[in-house]
Design a protein around this ligand. Structure first.
Ligand code: NAI
Ligand code: SF4
Length: 443
């Protein structure tokens, strides 16, 4: 088993309380940070090489150093706890089991950025987690780690938790800020980035739950030491939520760099594919990243072992970023119908599109409609090219990444599983039988 930097104490009884968390070394990072200058804290995070754990993998220290600091203007740290990506459930686990880890990271991060008021924007459906956080925040206030003059340092911070209304789009950082301001959660055009004009048009850093929690081990061990863990520019450990047809689905904290094959098949992790079946495909980082067939998820196109890193999971052919995404690792066995799965994802994106820009509003609707007829035995060969063409027209033409998140997986599914789409056209009666699945593309 690799090192556990976030979840080392997760199974300790009562770790969600201040007293037990503190007994296990909790809040040392805050004590350490308050003895440093804010710039020194930012420097440690930069040295660690930490990359955003929400999905984009943007370097956290760099994002912090972009924060505009005009004299006399308030700044904010906002934690994006609106985890909604299908297949992703690591942040809710972290918050419900280790609420003080997030609060400690929020205090250290807010101090580094010069924020005096900070927010945790949590997905509306996670009300039970909101209650856990509120209780932990009250404990931190009572212990003098929040509020006026924290530990006599002269630094003061107020921390609030705010529930969203249950819209997936509010996980997009600018939609989240609109929602936090009390408006409809419509994404804003970028630039300006939140670092310049964010909450209430003030400089704001928006970070994912796990990114903020990771600041705690970084400060405890030092940025240089943290950077020694992992492979290349994928430093440290990362949480993955493994789901789908696996023997042992669940949350795993991995040192970045574990081979994908080991993650899927070793008993230390997911324990292989359930019911003795064959693996067919994987969506490695939540539903917004392209699907890969078995042969491409285990090895790169160049024949190298695929690793659980930002770099190794990066050549899906459609993404500019990384397929490591939000860490939502969805495994599909040989009985999975790729056409049905693609239609199902496209239904989700159509439903969640905010409707502001027409390529996304109309395009996601057309994707859903055409995939529906392909799945239900009414499609034509032309429809297969049509969905790819619609996906291409969405790409690069929208305000926020939801449009691309809807388009890329469809284009990738057709690219890697075209024969399965064609089988739905040539064998409509067979394809629409309950439980029927095309197996011609299994390796
Ligand atoms: P992005 O790449 O546009 O931005 C990443 C971050 O870097 C943002 O905070 C942005 O403000 C900042 N940034 C980028 N360039 C900057 C610059 N020049 N100056 C200042 N700041 C800059 O990606 P985004 O929209 O934040 O995230 C997209 C990803 O989110 C997707 O790839 C997907 O994997 C993931 N996602 C995760 C979900 C979840 O539930 N965890 C839900 C939906 C999507
Ligand atoms: Fe809204 Fe879709 Fe445009 Fe994003 S891409 S702003 S979700 S319509």
């Amino acid at each position: 088993m690799g090192r556990k930097l976030l979840t080392e104490h997760v199974n300790v009884e009562g770790i969600e309380t201040f007293a037990v968390y503190r007994k296990h070394g909790g809040y040392r990072a805050v004590e350490k940070a308050l003895k440093m200058t804010p710039d020194e804290v930012v420097e440690e995070v930069k040295k660690s090489g930490l990359r955003g754990r929400g999905g984009a993998g943007f370097p956290t220290g760099l994002k912090w150093s972009f924060l505009a600091k005009p004299e006399g203007v308030p700044r904010y740290l906002v934690c994006n706890a609106d985890e909604s990506e299908p297949g992703t459930f690591k942040d809710r686990y972290l918050m419900s089991k280790l609420p003080h880890l997030l609060i400690e990271g929020m205090i250290a991060g807010s101090y580094a950025l010069g924020a005096r008021t900070s927010y945790i924007y949590i997905r509306g459906e996670l009300l039970y987690v909101l209650r856990i956080l509120e209780k932990a925040i009250a404990e931190a206030y009572a212990a003098g780690f929040l509020g006026e003059n924290i530990l006599g340092s002269g630094y003061s911070l107020d921390l609030h938790v705010h529930p969203g209304g249950g819209a997936y789009i509010c996980g997009e950082e600018t939609a989240l800020l609109e929602s936090l301001e009390g408006k409809r959660g419509n994404p804003r055009n970028k630039p300006p980035f939140p670092a310049v004009q964010g909450l209430y048009a003030r400089p704001t850093v928006v970070n994912n739950v796990e990114s903020i929690a990771t600041v705690v081990p970084i400060l405890n061990m030092g940025g240089d030491e943290y950077a020694k863990i992992g492979v290349g520019k994928s430093t440290g450990t990362k949480l993955f939520s493994a789901c789908g047809h696996l023997n042992k689905p669940g949350i795993y904290e991995l040192e970045l760099g574990v081979p994908v094959e080991e993650f899927i098949y070793s008993d230390e992790y997911c324990g292989g594919i359930w019911k003795g079946r064959e693996l067919k495909a994987v969506v490695a980082g939540g539903s917004s990243v392209p699907i890969l067939p078995k042969e491409l998820i285990l090895k790169t196109a160049a024949g190298e072992n695929r690793l659980m890193t930002y770099e190794s999971l990066s050549d899906g052919g459609f993404v500019t970023g990384t397929m490591l995404g939000s860490g939502g690792f969805i495994a599909m066995d040989e009985t999975t119908c790729i056409v049905k799965n693609t239609w199902n994802f496209s239904r989700f994106y159509h439903h969640e599109s905010c409707g502001q820009c027409s390529p996304c509003r109309e395009g996601t609707g057309w994707l859903e409609k055409v995939l529906h007829r392909l799945e239900h035995g009414h499609g034509s060969m032309h429809d297969i090219d049509l969905v790819v063409s619609v996906a291409k027209q969405i790409e690069g033409n929208t305000i926020c990444p939801l449009g691309e998140a809807a388009a890329w997986p469809v284009a990738a599914a057709v690219r890697h599983f075209r024969d399965e789409f064609e089988w739905h056209v040539t064998h409509p009666k067979e394809a629409t039988q309950p439980g029927a699945v095309y197996r011609g593309n299994l390796v």
